[in-house]
Write a protein that binds this ligand. Sequence first.
Ligand code: NI
Length: 264
Amino acid sequence: MSPELESWYDALWQDFLRHCPSARKIHAVLGGGAPIINDHIALRTFARPGIDLAACGAQLQALGYREGGQYHFAAKRLDALHFEHPEPGVPKVFISELRLADCSAGLNRIVDELLAGLGPADSPGFMHAGRHWAVSQQDYRSLLAESEYAAWLAAFGFRANHFTVDVNQLPGFDSVAAVNARLRAEGFALNASGGEIKGSPEVLLEQSSILADEVEVEFSDGAASIPACFYEFAFRYPQLDGRLYQGFVEASADKIFESTDVRR
Ligand code: NI
């Protein structure tokens, strides 16, 4: 990794550890102290010129990433891209944006207030700069009623939503099912939306995730604990050419988004 890419990655990882305290325990349980290789990092943003997929994608390209697949999630009003790095072992980036034009006037009013005065994504550091605004619990709840994704972004801002263990490169485990069994035995709660295992050998990708850790967030009208960030697990199958599939599966990613849902 170039020094710039390494420091960017490390900043995302250190911030992730603060918002997903389970990550350290998961590394101990699955890795037994050995390093764990990540498959991808997931980022979230709003479809607003200057900070949207195009703007963040340009910063990823500056780090050497190249655009991979495009994905659409109609019900959640999200579009996404994935980026791959030519250097082996560098995690992919999956980045999504909320289509504000398809959201209500009320949601847009709140988001406009949050983003007022926010400059464009003019450096890769924008993607781990966190929350640039104050937000009230009342606005958080209003956003939650329409879009869990918008509420999460309002509360947490720009940071990794999740990291994903590359199960193909995890010694001692040969499937997502085996990882899930071990995590369950250790008391972790898995995201069961759409079944604990999303995907199948037929779509060349299997994924699972824990439910997001709850972290205390400072709102302008007091602190509250809400779902923050989570760890995901991915196992990839070979394509016809023998190489492991490197894309994502919309039906599976759609359910993975729900790992940060508020458990009512
Ligand atoms: Ni993911």
